[in-house]
Design a protein around this ligand. Structure first.
Ligand code: HEC
Length: 243
């Protein structure tokens, strides 16, 4: 009996070790499944996208007020908190002032429009990409990314995540070791990136939200219709069965 606490302690210690080391290093791919219908997350992600990404990336198929309608944000809230470029209105698409030529001059490659990115690459890919910038002094922007080798995008979230180095090992040779802390804990950073990714997943298919909202009403209608059809059929066939 006395051995039981020792065994329990040993098991707890064994379980704790990998979790402790996970905070220091991370391996790809990270698991993620998008929730474009989680409007609270989409709202947060929209705010963070406008602050951290929209200076370089556009969403040319999404209008601010479409987002406002789906996420429950009034035109005033949109104008005060989300629409930063001068001259844009709630009815405008999410654009910025950078031309493709300027983008190419600044970064060597113009930042692409991200309207359909979540359809093109998948939400899980975006989530992993934003976690995977690592220090690489040989690159002009000082970082690299295994998901786009020799990436032209600077690590705009490095100060939040903390900086990391790529080390040997892990799945397909991709593993990171954190070398300095960011202003967020790993868990906070995970939900920050999850919100931006959910927002991009929403932006790629805004009608998904409408579909999910309308679906219960459509199903309810079909159910009632089926019931009525059954009653009508019953009425018509009553005489046939009788004779
Ligand atoms: C300073 C400008 C800049 C900022 C800010 C920026 N990016 Fe980028 N981004 C780029 C450039 C340039 C590329 C092209 C990289 C390449 O192909 O080498 C890129 C590429 C990407 C890609 C990959 C596109 C593809 O499929 O090829 C994604 C996804 C992305 N950025 C998301 C984001 C998100 C999310 C943010 C905000 C957290 C952000 N970016 C902020 C410049 C920027």
């Amino acid at each position: 009996m006395r051995t039981f606490p020792i065994i329990a302690f040993a098991c707890a210690a064994l379980l704790a070790v990998p979790q402790l080391s996970m905070a220091e290093s991370a391996e790809l791919p990270l698991r993620f499944s998008a929730s474009p219908g989680n409007m609270q997350s989409v709202r947060q992600g929209a705010r963070d996208f406008m602050n951290y990404c929209a200076g370089c990336h556009t969403l040319k198929y999404l209008r601010y007020n479409r987002l406002g309608r789906d996420a429950g944000l009034s035109d005033d809230v949109l104008t005060e908190n989300l629409i930063f470029p001068v001259g844009l209105k709630p009815t405008s698409h999410v654009l910025n002032g950078m031309t493709e030529q300027e983008g190419t001059t600044f970064f060597g490659k113009a930042p692409p429009d991200l309207s359909l990115e979540a359809e093109f690459r998948g939400a899980k890919w975006i989530y992993n990409y934003l976690h995977s910038f690592y220090l690489d002094p040989s690159r002009p922007v000082g970082v690299n990314n295994p998901l786009i080798p020799n990436v032209a995008m600077p690590n705009v979230l490095g100060h939040l995540q903390g900086w990391q180095q790529r080390v040997e090992g892990g799945h397909e040779g991709v593993e990171f070791k954190r070398v300095s802390d960011g202003t967020m804990t790993p868990a906070q950073f995970d939900s920050f990136v999850a919100n931006i990714t959910n927002f991009l997943a929403y932006a790629a298919t805004p009608e998904h939200h409408t579909r999910v909202t309308i679906a219960p009403f459509v199903l309810f209608y079909l159910l009632i219709l089926a019931g009525l059809c059954y009653l009508v059929k019953h009425e018509f066939w009553k005489d046939v069965h009788k004779s």
